[in-house]
Design a protein around this ligand. Sequence first.
Ligand code: NAP
Length: 254
Amino acid sequence: MQTLAGQVAIVTGAGKGIGRAAAAALARAGAAVVLASRTYRDCEAAAEEIRSAGGEAVAFGADVADYGQVERVVREALARFGHIDILINNAGVIEPIGYLQDCDPGAWARNVQINLVGAFHCVRAVLPHFLERQRGVIVNVSSGAAVRPREGWSAYCSAKAGLAMLTQAIHLEAGALGVRVYGFQPGVVDTDMQVKIRASGINEISRLPRESLANPADPARVIAWLCTEEARDLAGQELTIRDPALRARAGLAG
Ligand code: NAP
């Protein structure tokens, strides 16, 4: 894989799961990484792991649902590194899990506020900088739920479908101005989100055995690869880790 040396990446939801693995993969590829999630100590632990391995990383506690907190991360990242090259919009929540008639309206809205509005907040905060430099990469961590409804996941599916449209909107407005954006569906991955899904027992995904789930390192590798110039021709697309051609190009086994 091409190097990302000299580049600076912001990863949201970097304290655990796919985000944490993506931060590590980006650091291994040479990028300095800014890790953010609501739980500062998780991000700091992940950042310390990167630093111990010789990489550069800084952690922030921030809620993507709050634009002021997102702006602060971007401002402080710029103050520290002088530029930002990559945004990984990974922060996400599955809850509320439940049938439409049972969902708490506040919890439903909160899901959209994190999964969709939170991603917009991060784009809004970095895009002026990307446009000024006429360069930048955004990976929106999507889901199969963006294109296929699942029982009990109405908020999550709706938010991820909105995120897939946000990917297209970014490509339409900024694609010709040097900004590359990708929607990326990571597959079914062994993280805390899947622990909550299994506990719900509400649909077929919740009944998948844990042993069948992917390791977060797999989608992390593809995310880091998408940030390289090698992926330029795929800009603007909604991609899935299930695509054999994408897997091969990113260096994943069949
Ligand atoms: P996870 O293990 O639950 O991790 C989610 C991360 O997002 C945590 O670090 C969490 O930290 C952070 N986060 C949640 N709400 C946040 C907020 N408001 N502001 C900032 N950070 C927030 O989940 P995951 O499975 O790694 O999921 C990562 C992404 O992949 C999500 O977008 C998810 O929808 C997507 N995805 C996952 C799967 C899967 O099978 N695991 C499949 C398809 C798509 P705090 O709670 O401390 O903030």
